[in-house]
Design a protein around this ligand. Structure first.
Ligand code: ZN
Length: 255
């Protein structure tokens, strides 16, 4: 079950890496769309072109900036000999060429991939808690995230909606402001769905590399600390997506 410390950490982390950057960006784009809009007579239009250039990838840059400002990169510690050996053993079966950064963030489970250079981030809590084999399987999942990288996708163009919405609500400023809030909310929902899809893809790749049952057990141990209700819906849905039957899921969860 999720500890209060873990809940506090992830509430702050989500605010820093997605909620605040998305609302700030939405405010910026909707302001640009209001004052520099080629569809509305009398307002400057050249900003449409500038806006197209500006928005490209900016939401991803904002989430990266949020991550860099979060507690995680500030908490990097040098692994001691025992930790270094455990990490080396977990990475040994596959050489991803990724940097692994150990972070000291208290008793909080953390395992993620990304950053400016391809890096796998792991908390000292997760490193201590997971066995070498589980760790190796979970590293493959993170390695898969790194392989996919982050590139521009068609939904990044959704930011251009600020311009037609400003035209539509050009004489109803409060409606336009409301549409900005709606946009930010919908964008966060979309990002959540995309992250979920990435997780399932990384799960499948790791299961192929590590063996489905081995990976399922490793994932269940890690995700147990993220469950908020006793019925384990998070672990159940991830295991079901991996192709396990309900009976197999019960078996893995009872281990
Ligand atoms: Zn993942």
């Amino acid at each position: 079950m999720m500890s209060p410390e873990t809940r506090r950490f992830y509430t702050a982390y989500r605010l820093q890496t997605s909620v605040i950057p998305v609302y700030l960006l939405t405010a910026l784009f909707f302001m640009l769309g209001w004052y520099f809009n080629p569809f509305i007579p009398g307002r400057a239009g050249t900003f449409l072109i500038d806006g197209v250039v500006l928005f490209v990838g900016i939401s991803r840059l904002a989430s990266l900036a949020g991550f860099l400002l979060s507690q995680v990169p500030r908490s990097i510690v040098e692994p001691d000999l025992q930790q270094a050996q455990k990490l080396a053993a977990a990475l040994e079966p596959f050489d991803e060429g990724a940097i692994v950064s150990l972070v000291e963030i208290g008793k909080v489970p953390f395992l993620a991939a990304g950053g400016l250079t391809p890096t796998i981030w792991i908390s000292s809590h997760s490193l201590a808690r997971l066995g070498a084999e589980d760790l190796s399987c979970l590293m493959r999942h993170e390695g898969e995230h790194l392989r996919k990288g982050c590139s521009l996708a068609w939904w990044d163009f959704l930011w251009l909606l600020a311009w037609p919405l400003a035209w539509l609500f050009s004489s109803h400023a409060p409606m336009y402001a409301a549409s900005a809030v709606m946009f930010a909310w919908a964008w966060l929902r979309l990002q959540g769905w995309l992250r979920w899809r990435d997780e399932l893809r990384a799960d499948r790749a790791a299961a192929d590399a590590c063996g489905r049952d081995n990976y399922a057990r490793a994932m269940v141990r890690h995700l147990a600390e993220f469950e908020t209700v006793p019925s384990s819906p998070l672990r159940r849905s991830r295991l079901a997506a991996l192709g396990l039957s309900p009976a197999e899921i019960d078996g893995v969860l009872q281990d």
